[in-house]
Ligand binder design. Structure first.
Ligand code: PEP
Ligand code: MN
Length: 350
């Protein structure tokens, strides 16, 4: 972040609990360190314990600097390290306008399509299915982050063209992933939303580059990322100049092996409390298994997700990636009806 970007209103609040037997000299030393970092310090003396309250403009403050000083028992940073992404910075929900789709408002758009763009026939077939069932955004990867270098890596620009063509034909906005900075220009040309995949959530140079565009960005949660890590990554894009960001919970790695990942449904209300950014949910990558996707999509809507993204394939046996988690057309249609009913109960629409 540029130094001159730091806002004077971003005061940091830190509470320092001192050890019971801290000496006067140690306490003075802690206060001096805090003041040297630019904090103004208030000392509260209790019956048995002394607590220091520190306030200052220090967005990159590292609490470890204080916790290692003699006499310090605990350091609690009260303010969040993300600023532009926080509810404190913006009280109202961010609502993104993507073509004629609103994301973050009352309606919950569904993003659907195959894992990978494979052929024109495949894209046209799936686009028609998902459009007829009520999807608003078409997905399809042209640059695929695959665990194995021997797996299908995506069709590249040819795939982008097919995605765009199918989106235009069926009046669907489109989303696709970029894996590296060099792909941004071309993906920007064909896509309405740029996806940052789980594996790139902390690719900070890529996030900075995306901050220079004005395209809506869907930032997926890294598989080992805390919500704070995730919001810090969103902060990179926002601080670099692009305010059109939404998040996507896609499951995290846990010790569980019966599903591909563990779907962290609670991340949805947690994000809503901490941040004004919309949060989507991707139950396909979160579970990895077709029969688990619809129940988790229902849970995500009930938990307040602002968009649902699912993989759909008309012939998943032959899919070049993620066939086992792709919904069949009939499952997708049924899911859409169920989600609509759940959305209504919580005052939202599909
Ligand atoms: C995807 O959505 O195509 C994808 C690769 O997801 P993730 O980055 O969440 O694994
Ligand atoms: Mn996939």
């Amino acid at each position: 972040m540029k130094k001159d970007f730091i806002n004077e209103d971003w005061s940091e609040v830190v509470v320092i609990v001192l050890e019971r037997n801290a000496t006067e000299k140690q306490i003075e030393n802690v206060i001096k360190h805090l003041e040297d970092y630019g904090f103004s310090v208030h000392k509260s003396t209790g019956v048995e314990q002394i607590v220091l309250g520190a306030i200052g403009v220090q967005p990159n403050f590292d609490s470890r600097k204080i916790s290692i000083i003699d006499g310090v028992l605990q350091v609690h940073r009260i303010t969040e390290p993300f600023k532009l992404a926080s509810r404190t910075f913006q009280k109202e929900n961010s609502v993104l306008k993507i073509k004629n789709v609103e994301l973050g408002g009352v309606a919950i758009p569904v993003i659907a399509g195959p894992c990978s763009v494979e052929s024109e026939e495949q894209m046209m077939t799936i686009a028609e299915i998902v459009k007829n069932a009520g999807a608003k955004i078409l997905r399809g990867g042209a640059f695929k982050p695959r665990t194995s270098p021997y797996s299908f890596q995506g069709l590249g620009e040819e795939g982008l063209k097919l995605l765009r063509k199918a989106g235009d034909e069926y009046e669907l906005a489109v989303v696709t992933e970029v894996m590296e900075s060099g792909q941004i220009e071309i993906v920007e040309k064909y896509s309405d939303i740029i996806q940052i995949g789980a594996r790139n959530m902390q690719n900070f140079s890529l996030l900075r580059e995306l901050g220079k565009t004005q395209k809506p960005i869907m930032l997926k949660r890294g598989m080992a990322a805390t919500v704070e890590d995730w919001l810090m990554s969103a902060e990179y894009i926002l601080a670099s100049g692009n305010k059109h960001v939404f998040l996507c919970e896609r499951g995290i790695r846990t010790f569980e092996t019966y599903t591909r990942n563990t779907f962290d449904v609670s991340a949805i209300p947690v994000v809503h409390k901490r941040s004004h950014l919309p949060v989507a949910a991707d139950p396909s990558h979160a579970t990895g298994l077709r029969d688990k996707v619809v129940p988790m999509a229902r849970a995500a809507v009930a938990a307040g997700a602002d968009a649902i993204m699912v993989e759909v394939h008309h012939d998943p046996e032959k899919a070049l990636s993620d066939g086992p988690q792709a919904l069949l057309p009939k499952q997708f249609e049924d899911m859409m009806k169920q989600l609509k009913a759940i959305a209504e109960v919580i005052g939202r629409t599909m």
